[in-house]
Design a protein around this ligand. Structure first.
Ligand code: HEC
Length: 153
């Protein structure tokens, strides 16, 4: 019955070292575990802290102003049939709309969020220059839109 035990012990050359593990090594393991816990906790709250309004503004300027009027960036720009961000923000559910804008038409044909949206098949080429965003960039974009004022009509 104790054969597996023996076999196990024989296969672990450092087994003998365990008995005299120095205190420091044990502490190091505890400290590593603690550091990993901290890292985990900070990782969970990271998106809220890390979202960068200025970076989001640049993304909006670079990509969204092609069609939308965004704040006072391009008051007389945008495409006629496209709502301004200020107008969208007057809607009760503006937040949800922005959070999933990339699946709301016409964006799926233009916007690709890495690791989230499906790659467009090559047989369906984008009708305009495609926009590729990372999840972090979408977070930054949302942080920027969050502090953008709603339009006053
Ligand atoms: C190619 C032009 C184009 C680009 C680029 C574009 N949009 Fe839009 N967007 C539209 C049009 C057109 C509509 C209106 C769709 C409708 O009324 O059904 C719209 C609507 C929206 C809406 C409201 C969606 C709804 O159904 O209520 C949101 C939110 C939005 N866009 C976010 C963005 C963001 C964020 C960007 C930049 C990353 C962006 N859009 C880039 C054309 C564009």
């Amino acid at each position: 019955m104790d054969r597996p035990h023996n076999a196990l012990n024989n296969n672990v050359p450092s087994a003998g070292v365990c008995g005299k593990t120095p205190f420091g090594e044990v502490m190091a393991v505890y400290m590593l575990a603690g550091a990993m816990m901290l890292w985990l906790i900070s990782g969970i709250s990271a998106p809220a802290i890390a979202a960068d309004v200025d970076a989001g503004k640049q993304i909006a300027r670079q990509h969204c102003t092609r069609c939308h009027v965004v704040g006072d960036m391009n008051k007389y720009g945008g495409i006629g049939s496209t709502p301004s961000f200020g107008a969208i923000k007057t809607m009760a559910d503006w937040k949800e709309r922005f959070e999933i804008f990339f699946i709301l038409p016409p964006h799926p044909a233009v916007v690709n969020v890495e690791g989230v949206t499906e790659e467009r098949p090559e047989s369906l080429p984008a009708f305009v220059k495609p926009i590729t965003l990372s999840v972090d960039e979408v977070e930054n974009l949302l942080a920027f839109i969050d502090q953008l004022p709603a339009a006053k009509f």
